[in-house]
Design a protein around this ligand. Sequence first.
Ligand code: PRE
Ligand code: MN
Length: 358
Amino acid sequence: MSENQLAKLREQVDQINLQILELLNERGKIVQAIGEEKKKHGTNRFDPVRERESLDLLLKNYDGPYTEATIKHLFKQIFKASLELQKIDYEKTLLVSRKAHPENTVVNINGETVGDGVQRFVMGPCAVESYEQVREVALALKEHGLTLMRGGAYKPRTSPYDFQGLGVEGLKILRQVADELELSVITEIVTPQDVELALDYVDVIQVGARNMQNFELLKTVGTVKKPVLLKRGLSATISEFINAAEYIMAGGNDQIILCERGIRTYERATRNTLDISAVPILKKETHLPVAVDVTHSTGRRDLLLPTAKAALAIGADLVMAEVHPDPAVALSDSLQQMDIPQFHDFMNELNAFKERLV
Ligand code: PRE
Ligand code: MN
């Protein structure tokens, strides 16, 4: 074959490539429209029956030099690419995404708002141990005008032999103290069966890090009329975290606060690694308020203040930390909870820092 002949054939191939490209583009646009229709009707994107029909039609009309297996393979790649295209369109419009809802969602907790631009705090003991213990902490919160109190009644612990929480008794203590002092209660619920019971006692349901992908729990809290604080899983990517929030919102509950609480890395200087850049990423990608839990991310009392300052500086809507009247004898997280005088210093420093920020 002459040089000239090869160049001519290649010119023909180039022209055909361009035609195939144009047809692929046209096909892609139609596939996107099919994706929209499927989404509207809640139909599965993947449709093997349709793919089989398309392949049968193609092979019935095929009389070319490639083998039938090759034709099947090439078209299967096109179907796969179409599914990817439909998936990308779908992901862009998650209910929790900024794209779907450009304005900030403001979570209302008995009149206290989270996500409206005012940075707030939620403080309290790791676990509810007694009425007296919770009340002592609650009184300290009141001194700083705080209204949101945390405290665990169900404690998912690494070891089954560690204190597992007081359960319903703990919920009752939280409610009693909160009612006496006009506070709102945020506490973790660990099973879907306990959600209904919790409605009588709590103001915000927390879904803990270990349950971030407990899809049945997410679906259940999605159906109730209570705000939910969703913690990021120990090894969850931001995308997995956002999808977990989507489970809640898909159920009809848009009152969700996302909480960065540190992720597992190779670093052992802290209990977990606080992924501070997750805060602006989550605020950019979603319309939900974002909290930072400085206690569980660092696991170190000496790091609570600097990380809380970082959280405020980077735009967190809410900062969470743990306070205990006597951390040395706390039944859980004894190394990282502040005692009451430390808590007062912490709040004074943070309030002064907040003023310097504006
Ligand atoms: C298409 C893509 C994926 C499906 O599994 C089947 C077919 C295709 O590319 O032809 C389009 C499509 O989504 C559809 O027809 O339902
Ligand atoms: Mn704790």
